[in-house]
Design a binder for this molecule. Structure first.
Ligand code: AMP
Length: 654
């Protein structure tokens, strides 16, 4: 494909309004780039155009997993443009225009690059640029290194610009600076690949005999046309025809390969089955699975049983290792590289950080003897092995020089918490439970712990342990969930840090049990309620009948006027604090029922919680979720305690 054709179509693509229209136009472009019957590109290269065009559309020369970069900065690009634009143009002219127009493509397109002679030495000349030639030249440019590489890169770019029409120059400038901005994102390209190569033929779509496996038509789902059972062109406006299944197959192949170009070619040549056959490959990083913020209650509510892991405060690392004599697994034999691969380490952005972390490389090589892809966190530790703040890891993580010296200064440890591949098996679709077993099998005790918990108190206890050990907190994961690369879903929750605490008045308590029978255990909390006062229940109405329901709720009936209850706290109180609270509150008991007592409002305590929810259980109409005792507010009298108005604000209702 000619580069000019791509550049012009990209320009038109950028001008299209509407997601479906953009996807369809991108699909057309991919279909054309990938059509082997392209008359003026009868050589083999026409096949390769598809992968290059797909990457170029996303502003990439290399796939995302590839650690090569062009390493062309804005200054170098401006210099190359200036040189190609002629003697009267300087890099600062380009810079000024850039400041005025704000976008390098428009600036490059405004120069006339055609007028110079004698450019053949720089790869210039009269022949039209092809997509393949631009790609090849840029790959050569990326391979430049060492002395003089900067000026060789400038020459190479200059040579390309001199051959550019305005739209080619705009495309090239945006491509080398990674500023493509065509309004064609990864999701659009994914859908366009499905549309171009996996959608049913429009001529078949309306036929009844094709409709049995034609769930495609209503599976267009997320788009406007799902009311149209036949999905044909009789609806208003254009529609996507590729099935959800096809889009999912493309998405899946992208997750495991991280290469849009490769996936487009696969889709064209081998269809859905070919895409499904794509697998992970040791040595080719995938995107990390990400977490959302959530609470212990969220985790218990959604997962039932929760996999609780320590949240390590370091830098994410993906470990790829194929020990001696073991071939990396790959479904496609032609694509195998049956070579041993020493441990390679990749950052969350899939940069290769192996050289900076030699002790992690050694650590993995010593322990692992099957091919693996592991996910984990590298943490800086002190001499005792205790974690150091995250900033310390950064001193090591991307370091290219003085690695050995820094190794003496900052020690690192790997906490591997997941296993994506082990010994020939891709594990992405396996539940976390199983992946963790494989992790243990591969790494032994060096695997990070995973404990299962189904109650928030156990999670709170695990969190305290993690914090006490100097870690950041806990991650709460669904033990049944697959590993979804790049996805920030609800299957992994990072526990939200506590919100503001509340200073509440203790208005009731329940005696403890067993060895704590002499101490109060659970405390009823209230806030000031300026709005409601005199119609509070009569305290003498407190009866001795504590049966049927929660005894502490009876104590709530004895609320002093001007207070509203918001919850109970039993967590986070040491034996010593319980003794102290009992001693201070016992003289203020004003009513008793079974094991429950009510107090005069005399003591303010600070409580933490995960969130405040509306609730009919307490008279405030709100309940603290996971209240945790923080301490007694010695400095506050009950008149200084928090009010119902503040609770409303904290709950987001005001
Ligand atoms: P955040 O950076 O706050 O979004 O938290 C998510 C990050 O926590 C992940 O990207 C990891 O780098 C890190 N992390 C630490 N421990 C774990 C763990 N056990 N599971 C998953 N991620 C973890």
């Amino acid at each position: 494909m000619e580069f000019a054709a791509l550049a012009e179509r990209a320009e038109r693509l950028a001008a299209i309004d509407g997601d479906i229209e953009t996807t369809l136009a991108a699909a057309d472009l991919l279909a054309d780039a990938g059509s082997a019957g392209d008359a003026d590109a009868a050589d083999d290269e026409s096949d390769d155009d598809l992968s290059v065009v797909t990457r170029f559309l996303l502003g990439r020369v290399f796939p995302a997993h590839d650690t090569r970069t062009l390493d062309v900065g804005p200054a170098l690009c401006r210099e190359a443009i200036a040189r190609a634009a002629g003697r009267n143009v300087s890099a600062s002219d380009v810079e000024e225009r850039l400041a005025a127009r704000g976008e390098i493509g428009a600036v490059a397109a405004a120069y006339d690059f055609g007028g110079q002679q004698g450019l053949a030495a720089y790869g210039g000349g009269r022949d039209a640029l092809t997509v393949a030639a631009v790609d090849e030249r840029l790959r050569e440019l990326a391979a430049e290194s060492g002395d003089g590489s900067e000026s060789r890169k400038r020459d190479a770019l200059f040579g390309l610009f001199t051959r550019c029409s305005p739209s080619e120059a705009a495309f090239l400038a945006r491509l080398v600076l990674g500023e493509m901005r065509l309004g064609v994102g990864e999701g659009t390209v994914r859908d366009a690949v499905a549309e171009a190569f996996l959608a049913p033929d429009p001529d078949d779509a309306g036929d009844d005999d094709a409709s049995d496996d034609d769930s495609d038509d209503d599976a267009d789902g997320d788009d406007a046309s799902d009311d149209d059972a036949n999905g044909d062109d009789d609806s208003d406006g254009p529609a996507l025809r590729a099935s959800d299944e096809a889009v999912a197959a493309v998405e899946r192949a992208l997750q495991v390969t991280n290469d849009y170009g490769r996936v487009a070619v696969r889709a064209r040549d081998e269809g859905i089955e070919g895409l499904r056959a794509e697998s992970l490959r040791v040595g080719r990083p995938v995107q990390a699975m990400l977490a959302q913020a959530g609470t212990a209650t969220d985790a218990v509510d959604s997962f039932g049983e929760v996999a609780v892991e320590t949240k390590f405060d370091g830098a994410r690392v993906q470990v790829h290792y194929a020990p001696d004599g073991t071939a990396p697994a790959d479904a496609d034999a032609s694509d195998r590289d049956d070579v041993a691969l020493g441990p390679r380490l990749y950052s969350r952005n899939m940069d290769d950080v192996t050289e900076a972390l030699p002790e992690i490389v050694e650590y993995v090589a010593e322990r692992v003897d099957v091919p693996v892809i592991l996910d984990g966190e590298v943490v800086a530790v002190d001499d005792a092995g205790d974690p150091l703040p995250f900033q310390e890891v950064l001193r090591r993580f991307r370091r290219k020089h003085d690695v050995d010296r820094m190794r003496e200064t900052v020690s690192l440890r790997l906490h591997a918490f997941d296993c994506l591949h082990a010994d020939g098996d891709d594990l992405l679709d396996e539940p976390l439970r199983v992946r963790h077993e494989r992790l243990r099998a591969a790494l032994g005790d060096a695997a990070a712990d995973l404990t299962l918990a189904d109650d928030p108190d156990a999670i709170a206890a695990a969190e305290r342990d993690a914090l006490d050990a100097g870690h950041e907190g806990v991650m709460l994961k669904s033990p049944e969930a697959a590993y979804t690369p790049g996805n920030r879903g609800r299957d992994w929750l990072k526990r939200k840090p506590d919100v503001e605490t509340l200073d509440a008045v203790v208005v009731g308590a329940e005696w403890g049990e067993g060895r704590r029978a002499e101490l109060f255990g659970t405390f009823l909390l209230a806030v000031r309620d300026e709005g409601v006062a005199s119609d509070a229940p009569d305290r003498d109405a407190f009866t001795s009948d504590a049966s049927g329901g929660d005894a502490l709720d009876d104590a709530a009936d004895l609320l002093p006027p001007g207070y509203a209850t918001v919850g109970k706290v039993a967590t986070g109180i040491t034996d010593e604090a319980l003794g102290d609270l009992t001693e201070r509150l016992e003289p203020h008991v004003v009513g008793e029922s079974g094991t429950t007592v009510a107090f005069d409002p005399v003591l303010v305590i600070e409580v933490g919680y995960e969130e405040i929810q509306t609730s009919p259980t307490y008279s405030a109409g709100y309940a603290l979720r996971f209240p945790r005792f923080v301490g007694v507010r010695e400095d506050k009298s009950v008149d200084d305690a928090d009010s119902l108005a503040r609770v409303r604000r904290l709950a987001g209702d005001d």
